[in-house]
Design a protein around this ligand. Structure first.
Ligand SMILES: Nc1ncnc2c1ncn2[C@@H]1O[C@H](COP(=O)(O)OP(=O)(O)OP(=O)(O)O)[C@@H](O)[C@H]1O
Length: 337
């Protein structure tokens, strides 16, 4: 049974098409990861599900309710932890949670109990009575997460929950998310950290340019690639021309597939091999064209390889490319309106 269903979702900001026919189905009680580079459209999709933004067209359903017509019912059932939250600087963490509880119209006794539970669970007692203005990024995130969980929502939506956080805060947040999933809360989170999605998600979707281009269980997606991943360098620092020549040669070797030049890693080559024999014979093939093996590593496929297979580039290359095209100043201005 699916708890969230998105069908043919389109959304543009002026000339920028953020969602380009997005389809997604999130099973009830699962932890679902949306993986994609900055600018892929993840936040836009999450904000639409949370009723904070309207799509240009498409269907959005949460727990059997049409989100576009039943905003109030949807909001009651979900907790949303945004990417950037402007937390009041003067209130203490506890006062902020009290205020949030009042906004949810929680019963006084229930609210106090929930606040205590969350302070305990997210290990916040040492600093929760300090003013929020003095909090670190990790403390703010834990406070945000507590706010989103006060009313025990059936659905928790998190936009990049651990971006830029210290290891301790990240592990506290991961621990809580795993626990909630075991208690049947449906969790949808966006991330551009491969290891976060790999570690947490039961199912995932890769989003690229406003569309889902691959989805399934992380392990199944890795297995579908069907071979081991090899990274090869023919010299310490290659250039594009050399890398493309090596690519041409390797592509024609039997048992090799998905050859990609990895620009951000010194023009190394990434590819999949069907058996170890291919690796043993590699230097023979290369020497025919006067190339040699400078460095070679070999591993089981990772989510980065899944991403590479689906998009033709690594997640890091995609981020660099998109970062060059974005006008963050303008976006900030528009989203404050
Ligand atoms: N308020 C806005 N005004 C103009 N363009 C926007 C606005 N918000 C997002 N965009 C553009 O829409 C596209 C999708 O952005 P979105 O924030 O949804 O992506 P994302 O995958 O969540 O990335 P990030 O993690 O950086 O937020 C990007 O090209 C972005 O530049």
């Amino acid at each position: 049974m699916f708890f969230i269903k998105l069908r043919d979702l389109f959304k543009s900001y002026g000339p920028v098409m953020a969602l380009n026919g997005l389809n997604l189905e999130v099973p009830k009680g699962s932890l679902y990861g949306l993986l994609g580079p900055n600018g892929a459209g993840k936040s836009t999709a999450l904000r639409i599900i949370c009723t904070l933004l309207s799509p240009d067209s498409g269907h959005v359903e949460v727990g059997g309710h049409n989100v576009l017509f039943e905003e109030k019912e949807t909001r009651r059932r979900l907790g949303y932890v945004a990417q950037d939250v402007a937390i009041d600087k003067i209130l203490t963490g506890r006062e902020l949670l009290e205020l949030q509880g009042d906004l949810y119209h929680l019963d006084k006794k229930y609210k106090r109990r929930r606040i205590e539970e969350l302070i305990e669970r997210l290990d916040m007692h040492e600093w929760i009575d300090r003013r929020c203005g003095s909090f670190s990024g990790g403390m703010k995130r834990r406070l945000d997460l507590s706010s989103g969980l006060l009313h025990e929502p059936e659905l928790l939506i998190l936009d990049e929950p651990t971006v830029g956080l210290d290891i301790e805060s990240r592990s506290v947040i991961w621990g809580l998310l795993k626990e909630l999933r075991n208690k049947e809360t449906t969790i949808l989170l966006s991330s551009h950290y491969l290891e976060e999605v790999d570690e947490l998600a039961d199912e995932m979707a890769i989003i690229d340019k406003g569309k889902v281009i691959a989805s399934g269980k992380p392990d199944d997606l890795k297995k579908e690639l069907g071979g081991d991943r090899v990274t090869l360098r023919v010299r310490e620092f290659s250039d594009e021309v050399e890398a493309e020549s090596v690519k041409k040669l390797i592509k024609n070797i039997n048992g090799v597939s998905n050859v990609v030049v990895n620009q951000t890693q010194g023009y190394s080559l990434n590819f999949l091999v069907q058996s170890n024999d291919v690796i043993s014979n590699l230097s023979g093939h290369l020497s025919k064209e006067n190339f040699e093996v400078f460095a070679l590593s070999h591993s089981r496929p990772s989510l980065d390889d899944v991403y590479l297979q689906a998009t033709g580039k690594t997640l890091m290359d995609a981020e660099l490319e998109l970062a060059g095209k974005r006008d963050f100043k303008l976006e900030n201005k528009k989203s404050m309106r």
